[in-house]
Design a protein around this ligand. Sequence first.
Ligand SMILES: C[S@@+](CC[C@H](N)C(=O)[O-])C[C@H]1O[C@@H](n2cnc3c(N)ncnc32)[C@H](O)[C@@H]1O
Length: 228
Amino acid sequence: MSELLSPPGDVVERVFGDGASVAIKFAALLADHGVERGLIGPREVERLWDRHVFNSGVLAELVPQNCRAVDVGSGAGLPGIPLAIARPDLRLTLLEPMARRVAWLQEVVDTLGLDVEVVRGRAEEPEVRRRLGGSDIVTARAVAPLERLAKWCLPLLRPGGQMLALKGASAAEELQRDTAAVAKMGGSRQRVASCGAEVLEVPTTVVVVERDEQVGRRDGGRRRRKDG
Ligand SMILES: C[S@@+](CC[C@H](N)C(=O)[O-])C[C@H]1O[C@@H](n2cnc3c(N)ncnc32)[C@H](O)[C@@H]1O
């Protein structure tokens, strides 16, 4: 294994537990094919672990046991694949509209033997909402600004479910800018959370937004008034 693919210290075991060897295989797949297949930029290979694999895997801290989760705009498989490796208890779907990325995701899932569903589509499409709506958790990294992300992702959640948007250093600023718009769409208990602080030099910053418990009832009320 090249030095680039050697995970630093014991962090891989601490983040992935029994899945450590699978996480190492995923990093190797990304390093071998990610650049040539246009999934990650050439400069990303040298920071594959910290910036991508660990940064995604620690999200497991925020995800409840045995829940149904969707990773919107999974691309190379981030954060979805590391999350699936760290948390085999989840029922996870990777959602991605681009055919060649969907093909990559399916290959990775098959190669690593993960029990994960891959769906081609956009989060806002009615068919995707029908199929994946009612989820407990929706994750997304580098997909869209917060307001647009909430518009796409909140309808995929059950009332009380949570959107976890990996946002990096801009998280607090973005949240401040978009709080009112997100609240209008039924996003409540908005906050910035940090995960991986005990294992990573740079913890992952996540904007957490809960789907309002009232949204379903309010929508139902509106529909009934219109129909009547
Ligand atoms: C910049 S890439 C990020 C990929 C990955 N999440 C990561 O962090 O490396 C954005 C991804 O979002 C996908 N995407 C864009 N709009 C989307 C939508 N409306 N629904 C689902 N995925 C979308 C794109 O096809 C692309 O793969």
